[in-house]
Design a protein around this ligand. Sequence first.
Ligand code: PMP
Length: 384
Amino acid sequence: LSTLYAMYKLNKENKKKKAQYSPIIIEDHRQIADGLTDLIGNTPLIRIPSLSNALGVDILGKCEFMNPGGSVKDRVALKIIQDAEDRGDLAPHTNSCIFEGTVGSTGISIAMVSKAKGYRAEAIIMPDDVSAEKADLLVKLGAEVEKVRPASIIDKKQFVNLAKVRASQYTERTDKAVGYFADQFERLSNWHAHYDGTAPEIWKQTEDGQFSAFVSGAGTGGTISGCATYFKQRNSNIKTILADPEGSGLYNRVKYGVMFASQEKEGTKRRHQVDSIVEGIGINRLTANFEQGLEHINDAVRVSDEEAVAMSRYIMANDGLFLGSSSACNLVAAVRSAKKMEKGSSIVTILCDSGGRHLSRFWDDSRLEELGIKVRSDIYDIIA
Ligand code: PMP
């Protein structure tokens, strides 16, 4: 009996400690998901103990790596295809094929979601310098991959531009089937996936927006714009902060209203490219999805490759979370922002994908050192 009483007391104390966050509320009581697409979204929000305890500000990460395709992009792939079906632009089982230019994550999500929804071998066009495992995985998922040399967005052979061309060539070539250009950068279905999904989930998980700031990087800008707009419409005190890797122009656009990253990088051979080890975020032009929420983005934090690498190693060692490069970049910016905030407040950020997608670059220490990026696992200068 005394053991039972001790257990009861312990349980009660633990409940009291955790009372500030309610558990995830599962409203749909079905036990069985109806296919892969039912598993997309409704991801948990995790408090990151090592950072939160050190800062006195809770750092909360939305676990997008828990989507079935392993990243935040599952939401976007699903919404793009659903919207196209609703408009009558796409129909399943018609030999229609989805084309996209992507550094990987969106391609993986498109490949999986389109298979689940009855579309054909998807064609993914990607630059040839992204991690090899992403291209390998795409092939295993049944997608056709075309790798191209990294090029400026004004170049017709740039991977996104080429995806559009390939889609229309497919439509011309085939009889009733359609080549559909997913167009994650410009198509606002992307923004909607976050405005209708990611943001309301975060809102609910934080008891109607009990947090002070939201931090996110931007690749297409869908996540940051969709969430910033949703939060700002409900509570204008919630700040949205962009996490931007080196070489990206968005930092300057948010801070100073102009984008001059390409000049900054003048003299390097890839001056139209974002020269960072961080994949998936950072860009040198304004996309329709980013512009959609730009007015709601309050500030930006520049994150170096070394800082992102250090954060990922630190979080792995202290919290057991194995994260990808954009998640690490978000966490660096979240910590920087937290240092300016009142103790006891909370910051929400996105844990976009896991380290498993980044084994041959971001998580390969010797490769990083070859590239001149120092690998360390202390974050003293970030957190102090
Ligand atoms: N992280 C990863 C790994 C990504 O692939 C992307 C999208 N390119 C992002 C973050 C950024 O998301 P968004 O496109 O919504 O700006």
